[in-house]
Design a protein around this ligand. Structure first.
Ligand SMILES: Nc1nc2c(ncn2[C@@H]2O[C@H](COP(=O)(O)OP(=O)(O)OP(=O)(O)O)[C@@H](O)[C@H]2O)c(=O)[nH]1
Ligand SMILES: [Mg+2]
Length: 297
């Protein structure tokens, strides 16, 4: 009897901060499993996004943007991104069509000797004219890549083409995850991330980088209602006042946007209580990093 053959494998998504790695993963999974914001260094830990389709299962490995770390948190993030390439079946290096710089070139150099199939994904093509793109790509040694594909994760342009090329490059293999599983992130991590996303989107300047969310409790009050308590950490008393806002307006905005998304995730009504605390320099403190889930396994 002929066996059902499944194309399957792990695909790491690497690149500088803010180039659209998480957006690409979300597109392929078909649901939002990783948070996205216009602030660099949004993703802080490795996260899986599983794409189930007829005849294939592709497990995308989203990673933090590779940058020069200035804090222990930054070191953790860059290590997570570098470790994520171990044992994968393919690597996507994502660059931003609008700007290709030294950071991109050193990531490209670092994957050169990886044996698996490698794709250069030029994202955000919706932001540039084709004639501007070609000279920019000239700075890249594309010989390191099996394929170069231009896409727009935002608009969806050329994403199917990229998907087919990745699928083609993957081996036949097992079904790694059951069909109803689209991420390895536990519910409490997803909830903390949703809250962090709304804070990142609402806040400006240096505040977003110093935000951390700790889940205090998630309690199912009934089949239709969940109560959630979470603490938003920041680094300075002045940041705390901005996060709370005049008459609590900013915190209210963050809370109500987060609640909407959490209600969709949990499929219950949600009572969300947010607290704000100052923890100076938490991004350099080991115990704080552990509390917030940023530690090596
Ligand atoms: N115009 C345009 N914007 C995009 C595209 N893809 C992503 N973005 C935007 O770029 C910003 C960063 O996207 P993310 O997916 O968070 O980028 P990332 O590479 O995961 O960023 P980090 O997690 O910080 O490393 C967000 O504002 C996205 O909406 C695209 O194809 N076109
Ligand atoms: Mg990201």
């Amino acid at each position: 009897m002929e066996q059902n053959k499944l194309k399957s494998g792990f695909v790491a998504i690497l690149g500088r901060p803010n180039v659209g790695k998480s957006s690409i993963m979300n597109r392929f999974v078909g649901q939002k499993v990783a948070i996205v914001s216009s602030k660099a260094q949004t993703t802080r830990s490795k996260a899986l996004g599983v794409c189930h389709r007829d005849g294939c299962q592709i497990v995308f490995v989203d990673t933090p943007g590779i940058h020069k770390p200035r804090t222990k948190l930054g070191e953790y993030m860059v290590k997570a991104a570098n470790d994520a390439r171990d044992g994968v079946d393919a690597i996507l290096v994502v660059v931003d069509a609008g700007f290709i710089g030294k950071g991109d070139l050193s990531i490209i150099e670092s994957v050169k000797n990886e044996k698996c199939p490698k794709f250069l994904v030029v994202n955000k093509t919706d932001t540039v004219k084709p004639e501007e793109l070609m000279p920019r790509l000239a700075s890249i040694d594309v010989s390191a890549f099996d394929q170069v594909v231009s896409v727009s994760a935002l608009r969806g342009n050329n994403m199917e083409k990229l998907f087919e090329l990745i699928k083609e490059a993957l081996p036949y293999g097992p079904e790694y995850f059951p069909e109803d599983m689209i991420t390895d992130q536990p519910e409490r991590v997803m909830i903390a991330e949703i809250i962090r996303e709304k804070a990142l989107r609402s806040l400006r300047d240096e505040i977003p980088h110093g935000i951390g969310v700790e889940m205090m409790s998630i309690e199912k009050i009934s089949d239709t209602l969940t109560e959630i308590n979470a603490t938003i950490y920041c680094e300075k008393p002045s940041h705390k006042s901005v996060i709370i806002g005049k008459q609590g307006r900013m915190l209210g905005e963050i809370g109500s946007k987060a609640r909407e998304d959490i209600e969709k995730l949990l499929e219950t009504k949600v009572m969300l209580k947010l607290w704000v605390k100052v923890r100076e320099d938490w991004r350099n403190r080991k115990d704080d990093l552990r509390t917030l889930g940023y530690e090596d396994e």
